[in-house]
Design a protein around this ligand. Structure first.
Ligand code: NAP
Ligand code: G3H
Length: 483
């Protein structure tokens, strides 16, 4: 059985079978740059969601008893299959979410690496034992064996911008930890997600362990999130959706990786040339459609006039156009997103920001835009654009940069550019964010580092080991040793 019904319609995956939905309905997926349909996925029903969760519950019971080495062998095959399919999958990622072909291929390779690292990490995670006599009044006759056990059925919900990588980054740790997974891909990204599941299905994973449930989040999302058969949710996406999910889900663990407004703080003693390179690559790759993109520059006013032309020169090197030509600046995921980004630029310009470069648009293609003299009354100082625009806020001191950084509703990452390592650490200590990068761009990888969003940027931790831990719980077995 295959994942396709016909030339452009894809099936969903449930209990080891590729199926068409009984709803008889599909969701059309429109390419952001071709602006035509690239295929349809099934709009599945609530009964089919029930069935997916039921089959996951059954399969998980046996999987939890399967040895780690056996689990590993399935997942190694999955990684190999992804690499064998990398050209095909990259082509689909490119068409479906408008990511440059080479970057799409890198996403697939990064995913295979992530799966392998997850396998190896899980194989090397060991429990601990504790003797009772270390506590006052305790006795050597008690021995606690602390091990990690799976949570059950994990609901994995992924965003459009890394449709393979950010999905597998949930599936691999969940499966290695002994869980089953119900996977809901983003609508733009669902075909890429289907191919990723096809690679896993080809590894002959026991049926029911993974289900692919497709359909619009606005239609099936709440039903999935509130379902009593789900034991944990791992979600990556926008802050609004994440907050909605957190309000709906009851009494189950949640890991939420959400939006960001990562600042690049440029001190007066920074290597400005180097900072400019990092800032522009951080801000504009994949048109700024990365949660970790640098989304504002907080530069000391003493060096601002020197930094701005350096930023402008770096932006002028960026290619603009089609993902088929590996352009850095590509059309945004849809017109609505482009309207939003344009609205932020218009608001800033109306309120007195200077356009250093850009402010040009063709449909959903927004040219890279650099805005100077941005102030706190402008929306672009605070909102996440998820597009290729970079506001510069001039500050008079480190303290002002920190105040503006921490006033944000978000707290994903921040970059600090300085030659003074002591200052860098002092600033890192007071920045309210999951990670602070010193003299480098904000980014998630390498993927075994803990990846954390605080405040509106999320809750819980991802990164290989942390994801495995979040999808398991500790269990204590106490041996009472007789005399
Ligand atoms: P999104 O609109 O929030 O969608 C994310 C996922 O949630 C999609 O699969 C979506 O399905 C689903 N969804 C929508 N409504 C739902 C509901 N009621 N219940 C359950 N699921 C629902 O985000 P996006 O536009 O795909 O991605 C961009 C955002 O994600 C940005 O804000 C970005 O910063 C953030 N992001 C964060 C990280 C991180 O690690 N911190 C990584 C990547 C992206 P549909 O597509 O069918 O609506
Ligand atoms: O979009 C959010 C991703 O987690 C960012 O990953 O920093 O590797 O691009 P990245």
């Amino acid at each position: 059985m295959t994942a396709k019904s016909n030339a452009s319609t894809y099936k969903f995956f449930i209990n080891g079978e590729w199926r068409e939905s009984k709803s008889g309905q599909t969701v059309d997926i429109v390419s952001p740059y071709l602006r035509t349909s690239v295929g349809q996925v099934q709009a599945i029903t609530q009964e089919e969601v029930d069935e997916a969760i039921k089959s996951a519950q059954v399969a998980q019971k046996e999987w939890a008893q399967t040895s780690l080495q056996d689990r590993a062998s399935y997942l190694y095959k999955w990684a190999d299959n992804l690499l064998d399919m990398q050209e095909v999958i990259a082509e689909i990622i490119m068409k479906e979410v408008g990511k440059g072909f080479q970057d799409a291929k890198k996403e697939v390779v990064r995913t295979a690496d992530f799966i392998r690292y997850s396998i190896e990490e899980a194989l090397h995670m060991h429990g601990e034992s504790m003797m009772g006599d270390s506590f006052p009044g305790g006795s050597k006759s008690k021995l606690a064996i602390v091990s990690r056990v799976p949570l059950g059925v994990i609901l994995a919900i992924s965003p459009f911008n890394y449709p393979v990588n950010l999905a597998a980054a949930k599936l691999a740790p969940a499966l290695m930890a002994g869980n089953a997974v119900v996977f809901k891909p983003a609508t733009n990204g669902a075909i890429s997600g289907t191919k990723m599941v096809e690679a896993l299905a080809k590894a002959e994973l026991p049926k029911g362990l993974i289900s692919l449930v497709t359909g619009r989040g606005s239609v099936i999302g709440d039903y999935l999130v509130e379902h009593k058969g789900i034991n944990m949710i791992s979600f990556t996406g926008g802050t609004k959706t994440g907050t909605h999910i957190a309000n709906k889900a009851t009494k189950i663990p949640l890991v939420l990786e959400l939006g960001g407004k990562d600042p690049a703080i440029v001190r007066e003693d920074a290597d400005l040339q180097d900072a400019a390179k990092h800032i522009i690559s951080g801000a504009f790759s994949y048109s700024g459609q990365r949660c970790t993109a640098i989304k504002r520059v907080l530069v000391n006013e003493k060096v601002a006039d020197e930094l701005v032309p350096l930023l402008k020169a770096e932006i002028e090197k960026l290619s603009v156009g089609s993902p088929e030509k590996d352009s850095v600046i590509v059309p945004l995921i849809d017109d609505k997103s482009a309207d939003f980004v344009q609205g932020l630029v218009d608001d800033a310009v109306d309120k007195g920001a200077t356009v250093v470069l850009g402010n040009k648009r063709e449909d959903n293609l927004i040219y890279p835009t650099l805005l100077d003299h941005v102030t706190g009354d402008m929306q672009v100082a605070w909102e996440e654009p998820f597009g290729p625009i970079l506001p510069i806020i001039r500050v008079s001191s480190d303290e002002e940069a920190i105040d503006i950084t921490n006033e944000s509703e978000f707290g994903l990452q921040a970059s600090v550019f300085t030659k003074d390592i002591n200052k860098a650490f002092n600033l890192a200590n007071v920045i309210d964010a999951g990670s602070v990068q010193i003299n480098g761009r904000t980014e998630r990888g390498p993927d075994h580092f803990p990846f954390i969003g605080v405040k509106g940027s999320g809750m819980g931790v991802q990164g290989v080991r942390k994801s495995i831990e979040s999808m398991t719980r500790e269990k204590v077995t106490v041996l009472n040793i007789g005399e």
